[in-house]
Design a protein around this ligand. Structure first.
Ligand code: F6R
Length: 369
């Protein structure tokens, strides 16, 4: 069943090119029209949406963070991301023109389900991005966009995360098209670039040995910090979550710009810092700012492990290790940048002799509030 891999998690990491491709398959035509699996929201209503709130927990919420950056850019609709258990209890502003997007692998997470119910009671429409067919959240939502990741057995989410991000892109591109995005060429081009992502993920998997070797050398690590900026920020948080869950190592993800506002005090000799570097072609100032962050932590003794695009030589002088990913448009880059971090956590936990498929104290779906 593990298809020759040492764990379900390792197998599922390797399933990711297919998970992304299958989530895209047949979903969008060249004009960006979306085929929702089950749509009970009329298009006029979707056109009138004035706010989107993504509700989710854990890894699925990090997919929501990525969705916010992409959907706001493509659709110019304000997007909030909220942990489902916080949303429900703070009297959020929800109206019939609010679209709530509930993201869940299992479709059974009680916190997320309660948020869906709360949103619908306030008159909002809910689109579910869910992996498990026939689960409760899609049944209680107005529309469902299934992620076609296939069954995810390992407790820690990997391929479901990439499919959630993919489905969120599909939803964003669809809304952009429906609402008459001013840049139809951009939408068309993004679709074409999205279709190239599975092959790029495969390239990272083919190069994984370097990440594995570094991870194996770090089995005694007590704390690892992750830095990222823009869409690299949720990637950093997801990398930290994977390491906590699987390897029981204290890990924290920070927005790189926040470093100087406090977290830099944590840096001393030998502190491992993993940095997700934005594309040098993207918002150029962001790239150079993150490179400066690497320089700053290194000057204070940090050991720097850097995820950077092929050909980005600016990072080399300040990096102890560089994990390379293929070039991609910034908004799509989380589909690539997170993969070395998943492999890192999986391999490090394996090196510690831990059961990566069944980490202690965790369940695959959390069906209590
Ligand atoms: C992390 C992980 C959890 C889940 C979270 C939501 O690896 O698996 O953080 O992402 O419990 O679960 P779903 O997506 O089933 O609602």
């Amino acid at each position: 069943e593990k298809g020759g891999f040492g764990s379900f998690m390792d197998k599922e990491i390797h399933d990711q090119p297919k998970a992304v491709a299958d989530t895209l398959l047949g979903r969008l035509d060249e004009r960006g029209r979306l085929q929702l699996d089950d749509l009970r929201i009329d298009e006029a209503l979707l056109r009138s949406v004035d706010k989107i709130i993504v509700v989710a927990c854990g890894t699925a919420a990090y997919a929501g963070h990525v969705a916010k950056y992409a959907i706001e850019h493509w659709c110019r609709i304000p997007v909030e991301v909220e942990l489902a258990h916080e949303f429900r209890y703070r009297d959020p502003i929800v109206t019939p023109r609010t679209l709530v997007v509930a993201v869940s692998q299992s479709g059974e997470t009680m916190d997320t389900l309660m948020a869906v119910r709360h949103a619908r009671e306030q008159g909002a429409k809910v689109v579910a991005i869910v992996n498990t067919h026939g689960s409760t959240i899609p049944r209680e939502s107005d529309a469902v966009l299934y992620t076609h990741a296939g069954p995810e057995i390992a407790v820690a989410s990997t391929k479901a995360f990439l499919s959630q991000i993919t489905a969120a892109y599909v939803l964003g591109l669809y809304l952009a098209q429906l609402r008459g995005n001013k840049f139809p060429d951009e939408i068309r081009q993004t679709l074409a670039e999205l279709r190239e992502m599975p092959a790029k993920i495969q390239i990272i998997l083919d190069r994984a040995q370097k990440v594995r070797d570094v991870a194996r050398s770090m089995a005694d690590e007590k704390s690892v910090l992750f830095l990222g900026r823009h869409v690299g920020y949720p990637v950093a948080m997801e990398g930290a979550l994977k390491l906590k869950e699987l390897a029981y190592i204290h890990a924290e993800g920070f927005a790189a710009g926040e470093l100087k506002h406090g977290p830099i005090a944590l840096i001393d000799e030998g502190q491992a810092v993993i940095v997700v570097v934005p594309s040098p072609k993207g918002r150029d100032s962001l790239h150079s700012k993150v490179v400066s962050n690497i320089q700053e932590v290194r000057a204070r003794g940090a050991r720097t492990l850097v995820v950077a695009e092929d050909g980005d030589d600016d990072v080399v002088p300040f990096a102890d290790e560089v994990f390379r990913i293929p070039a991609s448009p910034t908004l799509l880059s989380p589909l690539l940048a997170v993969v070395p971090l998943q492999i890192f956590a999986c391999e490090l936990a394996t090196a510690k002799g831990l059961d990566v498929d069944q980490p202690r104290n965790l369940a695959k779906s959390v069906t209590v509030e």
